[in-house]
Ligand binder design. Sequence first.
Ligand SMILES: [Ca+2]
Length: 195
Amino acid sequence: MRGWALALLLLFPFISGVAIAHEPDTFTVIVRDDSHTPTEVSLVINDTVQYYNVDNRENITHEIGLDLNGDGDFDDTDEFSSGILNSECDWNNDSDCRVAWIFVINDTALVGNYILSDIHSDGTEVEVRLNIALDDHSVSAPTIGECFGDCDDEEPEIEMKRSSQSNLQKGLMLAGLMMFGGASVLLVATLMQRA
Ligand SMILES: [Ca+2]
């Protein structure tokens, strides 16, 4: 009898732990020659997303990742990628060959909304949207008097991390900055004239 009680006591933390924690989900994305199905995945920390390559065109491989500086590779600071994804593998002769990218989201540093790139070996690029949020269950409800909804200024903004900002966009940003700088100089000059 005492043994049973002890066993229940030992089991209880596990049972209650399972009840509270978010059940990790696994999402599968089918990687085709011109698109992904689904085109966008939203998940939370501890979930897994797997990108499964079914593009069986001859000699075409895929690589999916975050190309922050848009230079066509995934090797720079804060970038990450799937590595090369083939459509089929001969694992007897090549044990490193991969057909799927199994991305386990286990780091809160990954939270953010991503526009990843699927860069094909022929240079074609497909946009891949991946949204990673914190597990809602770990966030307690606001206490009375605190704000619900969009009246809260302190709501942390979800960071957008985008692959491959084009040179045109960079040029436009630079032009904008230069115009702003020019306007500031004019303003200062006008104020000094008045003084
Ligand atoms: Ca890069």
